[in-house]
Write a protein that binds this ligand. Structure first.
Ligand SMILES: NC(=O)c1ccc[n+]([C@@H]2O[C@H](COP(=O)([O-])OP(=O)(O)OC[C@H]3O[C@@H](n4cnc5c(N)ncnc54)[C@H](O)[C@@H]3O)[C@@H](O)[C@H]2O)c1
Length: 240
């Protein structure tokens, strides 16, 4: 696989290391200082792998539209505007975005899609996420994904931390809480608290390598797909 990297930070370098170990090639690396190169770059790769920042998306999207190069994006902190750009790009190339490329988290989402309707209403759901002290955004993109898996119809209200005299918990709340410290690669716990019983499911990433490995596994499948907007579940598990 010939890979074009957008963003050459911690994740970009990790993807490169695992790709080279697997015999893939990194043909280009475009970080913030080289962003102007998108305008003139020809099609040169089987897939673009993007772990950068939301500001990178505009010129990257123009490149993908112009060349039809498949795009795997792992950048987080996207809002509705960026997701609309990715959706529109699906007309020109295979496009996949996930805030978490670990196979374990993909499975956790499927488990939550079963657990949440079985337990709620009646049980109170709360999400905690823990990350290293360099992480810029909160809550994590993964916590948002897990939230979506619990409440796809948006019938609940997310509550980000609690402080002061905030009153009793409303049954229509789902708490999302961010812990930051050290070098934690990413821990997510979803708890369902019922009367006199609790179910908690935790996913722990021991290193960031799982995200890079999952991204490379998904990229190999995505590169062979027709243009369209795909989810990680569709790519990994063949779900529609
Ligand atoms: N989806 C996942 O599985 C997953 C896993 C880990 C991290 N992430 C996300 O990936 C992103 C990168 O994470 P990281 O830990 O590598 O961060 P990082 O800060 O180490 O690296 C980000 C890189 O992107 C570059 N960049 C910033 N703006 C750019 C632009 N406009 N054009 C090109 N490059 C630009 C920065 O200079 C930096 O080198 C973050 O959004 C993070 O939350 C996703």
């Amino acid at each position: 696989m010939r890979i074009l990297l957008c963003g050459y930070g911690r994740m970009g370098k990790m993807v490169e290391r695992l790709a080279l170990e697997a015999g893939d090639t990194v043909v280009e690396r475009i970080d913030i200082d080289e962003a102007a190169r998108w305008e003139t770059l020809e099609k040169c790769a089987d897939v673009v792998i993007d772990f950068s920042a939301p500001g990178a998306l505009k010129p990257l999207a123009a490149y993908v539209q112009r060349t039809g190069t498949p795009l795997l994006s792992g950048t987080t902190a996207y809002g509705p505007e960026e997701f609309a750009v990715l959706d529109a790009l699906g007309a020109h190339a295979p496009v996949l975005h996930s805030a978490n490329y670990s196979v374990g988290v993909a499975l956790l989402r499927r488990l939550l899609a079963v657990a949440a309707p079985a337990l709620m209403p009646g049980f109170d759901a709360e999400i905690t996420e823990t990350h290293h002290n360099k992480k810029a955004d909160a809550p994590s993109g993964t916590a948002k994904l897990l939230y979506e898996a619990i409440d796809p119809g948006h019938n609940y209200t997310p509550v980000y931390g609690r402080e002061g005299l905030c009153g009793a918990r409303n049954e229509k709340e789902i708490g999302i809480h961010a812990l930051r410290g050290g070098s934690v690669a990413g821990t997510h716990t979803v708890s369902f608290f019922g009367p006199d019983e609790e179910i908690s499911i935790t996913h722990r990433a021991a290193s960031r390598a799982i995200f890079a490995a999952g991204a490379l596994r998904a990229a190999a499948i995505l590169a062979k797909k027709a243009p369209g907007r795909y989810t990680l579940e569709e790519i990994l598990f063949g779900e529609q």
